[in-house]
Design a binder for this molecule. Structure first.
Ligand SMILES: [Zn+2]
Length: 71
């Protein structure tokens, strides 16, 4: 296992139907509350940097803006 940040895809995973943009920590399964930072990957893809408050694990998710709306 590596300690470096991993890139997770949220486009094919739906860990929690109540919060489609709120991933859970892959280490301790705690819910992420707010992204630490965001950056555009391309014109319609944005990535978010998340840091777990519980275990300190950091990871990045990518979101397609055309599918950004939750409801
Ligand atoms: Zn965690």
């Amino acid at each position: 296992m590596s300690a470096v940040a991993a890139v997770l895809s949220t486009e094919t995973r739906h860990p929690d139907p109540r919060g489609c943009d709120m991933p859970t920590c892959p280490v301790c399964a705690d819910s992420m509350v707010a992204a630490e930072a965001s950056a555009y990957v391309s014109d319609n893809v944005i990535s978010y940097l998340w840091t777990c408050d519980t275990c300190g694990y950091g990871f990045v998710t990518k979101h397609a803006l055309r599918r950004f709306a939750c409801n």
